[in-house]
Ligand binder design. Structure first.
Ligand code: GTP
Ligand code: MG
Length: 633
């Protein structure tokens, strides 16, 4: 079962809607205003089913110059165009504009219906045919079939239908591995069902019960039901006109231009980089900061264009542009777009979206041009690598790469695996990736920081992990964790609790430093429950300083000296002895007061009170008024 979407195109009143009706039996002009004025205002939809299972879905567009924006919303997803030209009028302004739009959107194929053939003589038809060939010569429709028809006499209709079906059969099948996207062209409510949206599914497949999101609104919903050309289905595939019944969504919160896609799969953006071409017959050059109407999918948003490598883009020229959008768009690289000038409202150009999360660049930087060239012409793997290169030391989450590339989750996973294998990127974990260069830079920086830390603090065992991370450019937590883990696995770095050091680092003391450290150790041990102040202890060894002295701190870091409060330090072994005595005492006497403590240890109140508080804090004892009891005793 094949589905092909055909769009009409052409000047107002040239007979598009009449032709669709003659082919399908459906009058696509449904609005009362359309009936009253005899013109098409908004998109209309009809379909043809061929006996062999081919379904041709037709989007009928308005020809009026004021409704080109509606036409643009309709032709985004079409496979082929039926350009309608009235034989009596020939080529007219919207014939050209619609043709230009189809070219800009890279519609690949189509045919020409020369309508109202009953109104002209046969040799006139030949003149118009020549005219039309000249117009189409430089376009994708060069040499396309042209069929004179009349809905009044029925002449040519059979032939047209045959040509249409032939072209439709030649349209290649679409990939369904990419992320499904449905740019919405209509929203309405159906009694008993709720909100229904329609559009042409551009990629992937949608299945009933899928969890979806309406972008850029952030409205999360579920596919309650699906229809394709009037039939209820379980699944819709890329290229099909699809109606989606959305569960629990108010009609009023959605509009044409929004996109239905899996929840979390896309990211709306206000900035996009793109290739940019100005039509040959654009009335004037495009200048940086010009305000334009940006059409992508079924959306229209105002935007300012920033030219990348020149101040002005001349008609017929192709370059790159950065678009600052005045409202969020939902697009993926590879999407074609059209721009129209703000005033007069005419189509002037278009291009291909290259990046929806562009990195910062200095304006007109040559590097930006090289970057865009790579995004335009590089292989998918090169493009993914380029994004990671620009993600820098922070790396990127796989979900961000998914929303920023058009490949679909499985293809992207394969590309990432391939790049990891080639050594161009590093997998921080299954979801987070880092470019090799950023990884190497961070690694070198971290090792350099450790080296200079050790050089400046030879008596400190290591630096705190958090301090190291913040000095290393405030490295991203997951990235830094992974780096430390791999450095540790290599034996280059050791971590102990939250201290990090180089594997090669050890504290080496001079004989003089060793004398002081040993002296402090011995003095505090000997002093037991009545230790000296740090100043006194250092002074006794001929050293000026207080507890902040590096040799004193060395003993603290090694937990040989333990701080009870402020500047009062006890030797760790002495504390253990005191604790044993205290516990034995409490086992027997059940409680102890400050006076008993003084007697037990032969010390003054100056030491007794801090020691009692210390053992409270160590959860050895519990305070009861002035007295202590064993915790849990
Ligand atoms: N004589 C003759 N008149 C035709 C033929 N096809 C269409 N018409 C007439 O041309 C007028 C316009 O036809 P539509 O089908 O509404 O034209 P359209 O291209 O859909 O117009 P818009 O959608 O407004 O751009 C109508 O009055 C039709 O009856 C034809 O083959 N022969
Ligand atoms: Mg019409």
């Amino acid at each position: 079962m094949k589905h092909v979407v055909v769009g009409t195109a052409g000047h107002i009143d040239h007979g598009k809607t009449s032709l669709v009706k003659a082919l399908t039996g459906t009058d696509t002009d449904r609005l009362p205003e359309e009936k009253a004025r005899g013109i098409t205002i908004d998109l209309g939809f009809a379909f043809l089913e061929e006996p062999d299972g081919l379904t041709i879905e037709i989007v009928d567009v308005p020809g009026h110059e004021r409704f080109v924006k509606n036409m643009l919303a309709g032709v985004g997803g079409i496979d082929l165009v039926m350009l309608v030209i009235a034989a009596d009028e020939g080529v007219m302004p919207q014939t050209r504009e619609h043709l230009a739009i189809c070219s800009l959107l890279r519609i690949k194929t189509g045919l020409i219906a020369l309508t109202k053939a009953d109104l002209v003589e046969p040799d006139w038809i030949e003149l118009v045919r020549d005219d039309v060939s000249r117009l189409l010569e430089p376009t994708f429709l060069a040499g396309a079939p042209l069929v004179p028809v009349s809905v009044k006499t029925g002449a040519g209709l059979q032939e047209l239908r045959g040509v249409l079906a032939g072209l439709a059969r030649g349209v290649p099948a679409k990939s369904t591995e990419r992320t499904p996207r449905l740019p919405i062209d209509r929203v309405f409510t159906v009694r008993g069902f709720g909100t229904v949206v329609t559009g042409t599914l551009t990629d992937g497949t949608l299945v009933v019960d899928d969890r979806v999101e309406v972008y850029p609104r952030g409205v999360v919903s579920k596919v309650r039901g699906l229809q394709t050309h009037g039939h209820t289905v379980e699944k819709a595939s890329a290229g099909q006109r699809t109606a989606v019944n959305l569960q629990g969504v108010e009609r009023a919160v959605i509009e044409r231009g929004d996109v239905v896609a899996p929840s979390g799969a896309l990211v709306p953006t206000l900035l996009a980089d793109a290739t940019l071409e100005l039509l040959k017959d654009a009335p004037r050059p495009l200048k940086t900061r010009d305000r334009v109407r940006f059409h992508v999918g079924t959306q229209e948003v105002m935007a300012r264009v920033l030219l990348v490598d020149r101040a002005e883009l001349e008609p017929g020229q192709v370059s790159y542009g950065r678009f600052r959008l005045e409202g969020p768009i939902v697009a993926l690289p590879g999407d074609r777009f059209v721009i129209r000038s703000y005033s007069p409202i005419i189509t002037i150009g278009g291009g291909t979206v290259l990046d929806i999360a562009p990195p910062r660049f200095k304006r007109k930087a040559p590097a930006l041009l090289a970057h865009l060239l790579l995004l335009e012409q590089g292989s998918p793997a090169e493009v993914v690598e380029e994004h990671l290169k620009h993600a820098g030391a922070a790396g990127a989450h796989a979900a961000d790469l998914r929303a920023r590339t058009p490949y679909g989750p499985e293809r992207l996973r394969a590309l990432l695996d391939e790049l990891v294998k080639a050594g161009s990127i590093v997998a921080v974990d299954r979801e987070w990736y880092l470019h090799r260069e950023a990884n190497d830079r961070l690694r070198a920086e971290t090792l350099g920081l450790l080296e200079s830390f050790h050089a400046e603090n030879p008596l400190r065992a290591g630096i705190s992990r958090e301090e190291l991370r913040s000095r290393a450019g405030n490295a991203q937590e997951r990235v830094f964790g992974q780096l430390l883990a791999s450095l540790e696995a290599e034996g280059v770095v050791r971590t102990d609790k939250d201290q990090v050091r180089l594997g090669s680092h050890s504290i080496r003391l001079s004989p003089e430093q060793q004398r002081v450290v040993s002296g402090l150790d011995a003095d505090f041990l000997q002093a037991g429950a009545a230790p000296p102040s740090p100043e006194e202890a250092l002074a006794k060894l001929g050293v000026k300083g207080n507890e902040r002295h590096e040799l004193f701190q060395l003993l603290v870091a090694e937990r040989r000296l333990v701080r009870a409060k402020e500047s009062l330090y006890f030797h760790a072994d002495a504390l253990q002895t005191i604790q044993d005595k205290l516990v034995a005492y409490l086992r027997e006497k059940k409680e102890i007061g400050p006076g008993d403590m003084k007697d037990l240890l032969g010390i003054t109140r100056k030491y007794a009170i801090p020691l009692m508080e210390y053992f409270d804090s160590q959860r050895v004892t519990v305070r009861q008024g002035e007295r202590r009891v064993l915790r849990g005793g």
